[in-house]
Design a binder for this molecule. Structure first.
Ligand code: NAD
Ligand code: ZN
Length: 248
């Protein structure tokens, strides 16, 4: 496969590389991306389901869609791409993973240093009183309670700890991600359309500093021109090969 050898050589030489991942890395785990061929946006209107102002107006609509999607998230398992990234960290080539995903699959695969730029779906937090509880507990009452109420204050503004449109990114996460990008000696971009900002500033910063950019994606991205290597294809197939070649 074109670029594979060169990508592996760069990864092998890295001592504090950073992987920057998007929805594409989880596609082979059965979680659909937003954009791209089978993107969710062809089916749902993201503005209605994940925009803060819509959510506040009518949380029941959000929870109705989310109630169904949660089964997919809970049952999804990491694919060989997630495991390869965890192994590259273990081998000392990656300092960590910065992800835009909220699906917890890097965590399940064993990645140690993980920055979740867009939050995660494991926790539900009350926007009114700040109380939080595990998603599993909220899920259990969704059958009889739509929208679900906060157990502490009784309000209806409890929402998963994922970043909605109209919300800013958790400052600690963006700072940590930028710090990693500032120090990295390689940026491995996987399965991201690189169209969501400020997240995409993370690989951009690394590229501006002169760190080699390796892009693994099944379609072109806006940063391909800046990349040292682009490997086109499925990350669940490509990353294990890179890992094998880099550790051999
Ligand atoms: P995106 O949906 O914009 O882009 C995904 C990219 O991955 C596309 O370019 C697509 O062609 C590519 N791709 C699809 N399958 C692939 C595969 N098997 N191998 C390699 N590449 C593949 O994703 P994004 O850039 O992460 O931005 C989307 C936003 O949506 C993020 O903010 C994220 O928070 C959210 N999101 C998260 C999940 C998740 O947690 N798994 C799923 C959907 C959306
Ligand atoms: Zn509350």
């Amino acid at each position: 496969m074109e670029g594979l050898g060169e990508a592996a050589r760069l990864v092998r030489g890295a001592r504090r590389g950073v992987a920057f991942t998007g929805a594409g890395v989880s596609a082979e785990s059965g979680i659909r991306t937003f954009r791209g061929e089978n993107g969710l946006w062809k089916q749902y209107d993201p503005v209605k389901t994940a925009t803060l102002s819509y959510f506040l107006k009518d949380p029941a609509v959000y929870w109705m869609v989310s109630r169904e999607r949660w089964h997919t998230y809970r049952e999804a398992q990491p694919n060989p791409g997630h495991y390869a990234l965890a192994a590259l960290e273990e081998l000392g080539h990656l300092a960590g993973v910065v992800t835009q995903n909220t699906d917890s699959l890097h965590l399940k695969a064993g990645s140690q240093r993980l920055v979740e730029l867009h939050g995660n779906g494991r926790t539900v937090r009350c926007l009114d009183c700040g109380a939080s509880e595990p998603r599993s507990e909220v899920q259990a009452r969704l059958e009889s309670e739509l929208p679900p109420h906060c157990r502490t204050c009784g309000g209806i503004h409890i929402k998963p700890a994922v970043v909605f449109f109209g919300e800013s990114l958790p400052p600690a996460a963006i700072n940590e991600a930028m710090g990693l990008a500032r120090e990295c000696d390689l940026m491995l971009v996987v399965g991201s359309s690189l169209g969501v900002f400020p997240a995409a500033e993370v690989p951009l910063l690394a590229a501006e500093r002169g760190a080699p950019l390796v892009i693994v994606n099944d379609e072109p991205t806006p940063l391909d021109e800046l990349a040292a290597v682009v490997v086109r294809g499925r990350s669940g197939e490509i990353l294990p090969q890179i890992q094998l070649l880099a550790s051999g």
